[in-house]
Design a protein around this ligand. Structure first.
Ligand SMILES: Nc1nc2c(c(=O)[nH]1)N[C@@H](CN(C=O)c1ccc(C(=O)N[C@@H](CCC(=O)O)C(=O)O)cc1)CN2
Length: 290
């Protein structure tokens, strides 16, 4: 219709990192231009400390868009600059396997966000070491896998988890208050594709009972931290954090209640940032293109 601008939606999201040097942006945008694409959103960061360059580009496809041709031409540029790069279909929902133990507020929040279209994900399965949320999974029509675990059965339990991951073709695991420590082997198998919500403002109060630690310390702020899972407990690269005030009058259980909302919001934000490829790993740190 004359006078109306067709709102272009991103067809692809390109992320890349390489050693910083002049000409990277020119080379990247040149390929996209020659392939008939239109850049809709672009962000970059040059880390002055280690000279690493990070970039995220969301672009619309032109009439004569050819994914293979784009990847071929971009591969040439990537080789020249020795880039680590990836390109995803922006519209394709990420397949996310959710894990939970006995606290269901983060699980419930993510299920509702998915069901109402607030998060562009598919949830092929829910895994838990308890049966508490089996009815909730059933309500959403999502397969529920009860995988109890003890120190003696951890290797077998984790092997079954990896089977479910493969069977469901999930690209991401979210520990939505899953309260078991994953083994080093499992963490390596899930490297960069497992996100945990920790119920404290890290690095304070690691471990299983942060609200009680916070109460005992008498802090005035409590918080939550979403991070990638690594073998070192609660040490993974941080994706998102938030805080809320903690008055002296609040008992540990009040802090637990106050923390639930922060945990759910921080985890949902972190998941959105991850699936939109707005998070880039930089060693123990992250670069976030909001
Ligand atoms: N390898 C990792 N595994 C897990 C991480 C992580 O960062 N690396 N995060 C945790 C979640 N978590 C805190 O956010 C956490 C969970 C459990 C414990 C813990 O000490 N669990 C005890 C058992 C507790 C119980 O049965 O209720 C244990 O495993 O012995 C600490 C922190 C998820 N896994």
């Amino acid at each position: 219709m004359p006078g109306t601008i067709a709102v272009q939606k991103p067809a692809r999201i390109l992320t890349l990192s390489c050693e910083d040097r002049p000409g990277i942006v020119h080379a990247v945008s040149g390929v996209l231009y020659r392939q008939g694409c239109n850049i809709l959103e672009s962000a970059q960061f040059s880390d002055p400390r280690d000279g690493r360059f990070f970039m995220r580009v969301a672009f619309a496809a032109g009439e004569r868009f050819d994914d293979a041709a784009l990847r071929r031409e971009f591969g040439g540029v990537a080789g020249t600059f020795r880039m680590d790069w990836d390109m995803i279909d922006a519209a394709r929902p990420a397949r996310v396997l959710l894990m939970v133990s006995r606290f269901g507020h983060c699980l419930n929040d993510l299920l509702f966000r998915q069901a109402t279209g607030n998060l562009n994900i598919e949830i092929p399965a829910i895994v838990s070491n308890h049966r508490d949320f089996e009815p909730l999974a059933k309500n959403y029509g999502i397969p529920f896998h009860h995988l109890p675990v003890t120190a003696a059965t951890k290797a077998e339990q984790e092997a079954r988890l990896l089977e479910i991951l493969a069977e469901t073709e999930a690209s991401l695991v979210v520990l939505a208050r899953y309260m078991q420590v994953l083994s080093n082997d499992l963490c390596r198998a899930l490297d960069g594709r497992a996100i945990n919500i920790h119920h404290s403002f890290l690095p304070s109060f690691k471990g299983a009972k942060p609200y009680h630690q916070a109460y005992d310390r008498g802090v005035k702020l409590i918080g939550a931290t979403a991070h990638y899972v690594t073998p070192d407990l609660d040490e993974g690269p941080i994706i998102e954090q938030d805080v809320a005030r903690a008055e002296h009058s609040l008992a540990p259980d009040d802090l637990v209640s106050a923390g639930r909302d922060i945990e759910a919001v921080v985890l949902a934000r972190a998941l959105r940032l991850h699936i939109e490829r707005r998070v880039m790993l930089a060693g123990r740190r992250t670069v976030i293109f909001r």
